[in-house]
Design a binder for this molecule. Structure first.
Ligand code: F6P
Length: 365
């Protein structure tokens, strides 16, 4: 427990956006104002705002009405890392450590502690901030749900709901036209969105990064359904899925991003191959950033509110270098160092995979 009460904190949202960010900002500001009498300064566009001193005061009135809104009122960026920031010197782009500048800006605003809302990239920067001596607390966000230190990140449930609704819609048109419908979903190197939406949306085939697939096995499933009189197939493919012995499909490389690879394209590859191999008419839908937008589900609003309130409590108690997390049913805290150590990926032996297999879903293995 800290001696002197903290009067002013900073907050920023970093990395890719996700539904629920505004709900967390609201919870941080209201908890800080109402419970602890702290003021809040919001930094704009992730760590970029801290580096370039773009900030504004956030009072309870400023966050009123944002609970159901997607996106982030502060803006975000998945490029600006204060410890590796792109600057132009002598006409050349070079990487520089500008963390001292970020620290100085925080001090100029009278910030005594920083709340970082982010995924593994932003939380790794938060850890470096803390290691360098700045009191920092993290809140886990990402639609990918791939942080190992928490049961769930906020944003995942909303993305899952969007993907499930897409599968429901694809079902009806697949059935009408007797087609194979392939849905490519996000998730980076983890198959959570594909797996859980596939279960919730009754997909016939689920392809995830953790279980490399074979197209022959996928075709066997389609043929066995045909033999049962089923004339359509629903395939959900995670963007990171790959064939056994093959590689993930990279859509783009963004050099100044903490994770430069942008995945995407496996859906079309799978769709083209399945059409050739099965002779069934096939269509591909890439759900893309629809999964990142829109109003958060009730689950995400509640989780976001709990995370925001718990993070400010950690600050008030002087518990820095921690990330709030869900250990169902409780909100707890883990050291940032542990939070960013490894990605949480689907275990092929998990009960989720077993349940999907039990109801006849193929993983193409
Ligand atoms: O990490 C969230 C996420 O949406 C991933 O699922 C996806 O691979 C990536 O971000 C897309 O990033 P961008 O918005 O930079 O294209």
């Amino acid at each position: 427990m800290r001696g002197k009460p903290i009067k002013r904190i900073g907050v920023l949202t970093g990395g890719g956006d996700c539904p629920g960010l505004n709900a967390v900002i609201r919870a941080v500001v209201k908890t800080a104002n109402y419970e602890y009498g702290m003021e809040v300064i919001g930094f704009e566009d992730g760590f970029g705002g801290l580096i370039n001193n773009q900030a504004r005061k956030l009072a309870a009135a400023d966050v009123s009405g944002i609970l159901p809104r997607g996106g982030t009122i502060l803006g975000t960026s998945n490029r600006d890392n204060p410890f590796k920031y792109a600057v132009v010197r002598d006409g050349q782009k070079v990487w520089a450590d500008v963390s001292d500048r970020a620290f100085a800006n925080a001090r100029e605003h009278g910030i005594e502690a920083l709340v970082v809302i982010g995924g593994d990239g932003s939380l790794s920067i938060a850890k470096e901030f803390y290691d360098k001596g700045f009191p920092t607390v993290g809140i886990p966000k990402t639609i990918d749900n791939d942080l190992s230190a928490t049961d769930v990140t906020f944003g995942f449930d909303t993305a899952l709901t969007t993907a499930t609704e897409a599968l429901d819609k694809l079902h009806t048109t697949a059935e009408s036209h007797h087609r194979v419908m392939v849905l490519e979903v996000m998730g980076r190197y983890a198959g959570w969105i594909a797996l859980e939406s596939g279960i919730a949306g009754g997909a016939d085939i689920i392809l995830i990064p953790e279980i490399p697939f074979s197209l022959e096995r996928v075709c066997e499933k389609i043929n066995s359904r045909k033999a049962e009189g089923k004339k359509f197939n629903i395939v959900v493919v995670a963007e990171g899925a790959k064939p056994a012995g093959g590689e993930m499909v990279v859509r783009k490389v963004i050099a100044d991003s903490p994770d430069p690879l942008r995945l995407g394209g496996i859906g079309n590859q799978v769709g083209n191959e399945l059409e050739k191999l099965t002779g069934m008419e096939t269509r591909v839908t890439v759900l893309g950033h629809l999964q990142r937008g829109g109003s958060p589900t009730a689950f995400d609003r509640i989780l976001a509110t709990r995370y925001g309130a718990a993070a400010v409590k950690l600050v008030a108690e002087g518990e820095f270098g921690q990330m709030v997390c869900l250990r169902t049913p409780n909100i707890e805290a883990v050291p940032l160092a542990r939070a960013v150590k490894e990605l949480r990926r689907v275990s092929p032996d998990s009960d989720l995979v077993m349940a999907a297999r039990a109801v006849g879903t193929s993983f193409g293995d």
